[in-house]
Design a binder for this molecule. Structure first.
Ligand SMILES: O=C(O)CCC(=O)C(=O)O
Length: 264
């Protein structure tokens, strides 16, 4: 499969028009309401901490007044065309981990920063490097507005940093994590397109090129002890919701992992 080869080589893949305008519209309406609630509750952190994302959009706290919408949201996120594509690319043992929404920081007051997602966990960088071949943690980026919003360094899912990349990513030897790095690619996406990329490859957002950003992000992957420890039951469908979801394999595996010993 051509796209599997492209992903293996580069660590990312763009699929154009995977979601229909009506699916994007339905997602957008739900996400706007959740984002508005979050902003209402977190406005001072958004401004003072220059936040660029929120997480856990499926949490019940966002559905207290809209219980039926939660099921609809899970259904949209596990759309058949998406789970089929992910199964073709990565196999069946993929679980739903969480969701995020990326937006511009308040008044674009912050520089985007190069990182590998798990560098913010307590796991040592050398251990992350050693485990990288055994991990599959994916972001599925679904822009709800057109954006040129993310920059990646192809191939960094398979190799660790050059000296410059390490200095920039970890802000060593006088470098800052917002400096430009060689061989990066900026990704342009339209609503309906998706970008799948390895959460551990070198990446950063782009805030300047987008007057507004509303980029929904689905975190899925293969169970691994470094990631499954952060899985939160509250973000998963209830048993009744699971029953009603047509395409349930990602959620089913996630729920199984909560009652089984952690897998490596
Ligand atoms: O899209 C962005 O602004 C940054 C994305 C990112 O850092 C991530 O998905 O971990």
């Amino acid at each position: 499969m051509e796209s599997a080869t492209a992903y293996r080589q580069k660590g990312y893949l763009v699929v154009k028009a995977l979601f229909s305008p009506s699916e994007i519209d339905a997602l957008s309406k739900i996400v706007d309401r959740i984002h508005a609630q979050w902003l209402n509750e977190n406005r001072s952190s958004y401004i003072e901490q220059q936040l660029v994302n929120m997480h856990s959009l499926t949490h019940p706290r966002y559905f207290e007044q809209h219980p039926a919408e939660r099921l609809r949201f899970f259904q949209l996120l596990s759309a058949n065309q998406l789970t089929t594509l992910v199964a073709e690319l990565f196999g069946q043992d993929i679980y739903f981990h969480n969701t995020q929404l990326f937006f511009n920081p308040y008044q674009n007051s912050r520089q985007p920063y190069w990182h590998r997602d798990m560098q913010y966990s307590p796991v040592d960088d050398a251990d992350l490097q050693a485990e990288q071949p055994n991990m599959l943690a994916l972001h599925i980026r679904m822009p709800l507005l057109p954006e040129t919003g993310i920059e990646l360094i192809p191939g960094t899912h398979q190799r660790w940093d050059t000296e410059l990349e390490r200095n920039v990513r970890l802000e060593l030897n006088g470098h800052t994590n917002s400096e430009s790095l060689p061989n990066s690619v900026l990704i342009g996406l339209e609503p309906g397109d998706i970008l799948i990329f390895d959460a551990q490859m070198l990446h950063r957002g782009n805030y300047q090129l987008n007057p507004r950003r509303k980029a929904l992000d689905l975190c899925v992957g293969r169970p691994h002890r470094y990631t499954t420890q952060y899985l939160d039951t509250d973000n998963l469908p209830t048993s009744a919701e699971l029953e009603a979801i047509e395409n349930k394999q990602w959620y089913k595996l996630a729920r199984t992992m909560l009652i089984q010993p952690r897998q490596s």
